[in-house]
Design a protein around this ligand. Structure first.
Ligand SMILES: [Zn+2]
Ligand SMILES: [Zn+2]
Length: 176
């Protein structure tokens, strides 16, 4: 069975599944992914996409089951540095074939037998991106006094707790 050989290096997320559609119900095939960098959909760049998806022929189409991992570059909301966020998606979906009007366009296989995983994976990856990305859970962020990145440097000025009312006043004073 061809399996991963079906992967097209220019379009790694487009799978030629035509041969599977002619198999008996219950037959399946594994697709392995290992891409250094890939654009998912039109706007999402990920690196190190890895994992495998098993497709099984069912009476309704192809049932996909698998797990993929990738990293995407995000900016930490606390320290404003970019970092690679690990994303993981679990696939557990039925792609219908033949496609009909009632089927979800993200979850149907066109007549040509080329299953494009881009739109679905984009949706799943976006769901896995945190709304408030943190380079690490305990990121200390930037120093409120001098603005340096606290995980890289220790400031040489004292870090006394500033009374928030005084801090507000200080902010009103002209910078020297
Ligand atoms: Zn950070
Ligand atoms: Zn500082």
């Amino acid at each position: 069975m061809p399996g991963g050989a079906n992967l097209n290096s220019r379009h790694p997320l487009r799978l030629n599944v035509g041969f599977l559609l002619h198999k008996n119900v219950g037959d399946g095939c594994n697709f392995d992914f290992n891409c250094d960098s890939v654009r998912v959909g039109d706007d999402l760049d990920v690196k190190g996409l890895q994992g495998s998806i098993h497709l099984t022929r069912t009476g309704q189409g192809l049932y996909a089951h698998g797990r993929l991992q990738a990293q995407t570059s995000l900016v930490c909301v606390r320290c404003l540095t970019s970092f690679d966020q690990q994303l993981t998606i679990e696939l557990d979906d039925l792609f219908t074939y033949p496609p009909d009007r009632a089927s979800d366009p993200l979850l149907s296989i066109p007549e040509d037998g080329v299953l494009d995983l881009n739109p679905l994976l984009r949706e799943y990856l976006l769901l896995d991106i945190p709304i408030q990305p943190l380079c690490r859970q305990d990121c200390e962020g930037l120093c409120p006094v001098c603005g340096s990145d606290l995980k890289k440097t220790e400031c040489d000025h004292p870090h006394t707790e500033v009374d928030p009312r005084l801090a507000a006043l200080k902010a009103l004073l002209p910078k020297l």
